[in-house]
Design a protein around this ligand. Structure first.
Ligand code: GEK
Length: 246
């Protein structure tokens, strides 16, 4: 298991009298590695898969992108699996995340050149790409704008290039939705979060993280122009899709 910081996440441990919408500020960035590993079942496995997909699809002399790169956990896996003559671009609009990405990547010995952009992923230029990774970030983009971002990613990919897209999903079947939410709650409890922490975090995320169903994701990826869409990982209500450009 990787560690980018060992600070435990206790941000929601005490009672919040006025709930504040979740944001990726310095407090969150300080504990983010611990937070994401304890909140997303299968997160470390996804990082391994990100490395495998990069090794399989990265093309010589191309660019790789990590959209919503946070502390750089996926960026490190991508870089270690890129050909030496590739270029890795991390994009995140949080200054606190970008600062820590720089520090974490500076300790890495990889050969591929790197660049970080503090920018909205909707504005970033994507070109000459063979691998684009967007793990748990599309869910923070306004729902009606998601298709345009996917179209821009597709347009920036070389033929044979891929998008790895990981997202929290929801379910139209009410029983399945309730079961998955309950299992996710149990997962977080097993990671040491209290009921209070879990419910306060849920309220903070409610207006900010808007999940889609698996069908919505598949249809939108196909509508954006990806010729094949494969589900390559699912842990409870967290799914990873591989979109391939022919
Ligand atoms: C990982 N991929 O470790 N433009 C740029 N960045 C954004 C935007 C935006 N519009 N919206 C959110 N972010 C990472 C985890 S976290 C997921 C990704 C989570 C950034 C935000 O600042 C944060 O760093 C990241 O996307 C989402 O695998 O916390 O659930």
């Amino acid at each position: 298991m990787h560690t980018l910081s060992n600070q435990p996440d206790t941000l929601y441990a005490s009672i919040k009298t006025t709930p504040v919408p979740f944001e990726f500020n310095a407090q969150v960035a300080d504990v983010f590695d611990n937070m994401i590993q304890r909140s997303i079942p299968g997160y470390n496995l996804l990082l391994e898969i990100t490395g495998l997909i990069t090794a399989q699809y990265a093309q010589a002399g191309s660019n790789a992108y990590d959209l919503g790169c946070s502390l750089g956990a996926a960026s490190l896996k991508i870089r270690r699996n890129l050909p030496d003559d590739s270029h890795l671009v991390g994009v995140d609009n949080s200054a606190a995340m970008v600062r820590r990405w720089r520090q974490n990547m500076a300790r890495d010995q990889g050969q591929a050149s790197i660049e970080i952009r503090q920018q909205n992923i909707q504005d970033t230029i994507i070109d000459n790409a063979s691998v684009v990774v967007m793990n748990f970030t599309l869910q923070f983009i306004a729902d009606h704008q998601r298709i345009d971002l996917l179209r821009r990613i597709l347009a920036g990919l070389r033929p044979g290039g891929v998008l790895l897209l990981a997202e929290k999903i929801c379910f139209t079947d009410a029983e399945r939705q309730a079961l998955m939410m309950q299992l996710h709650h149990s997962f977080k409890k097993s990671q040491g979060y209290s009921d209070l922490e879990i419910s306060q975090k849920r309220v903070a995320l409610e207006q900010v993280l808007i999940p889609n169903t698996e069908t919505q994701h598949r249809q939108r990826l196909l509508a954006a122009g990806f010729s094949r869409v494969e589900r390559c990982l699912q842990c409870l209500n967290f799914v990873t899709f591989l979109g391939i450009k022919s």
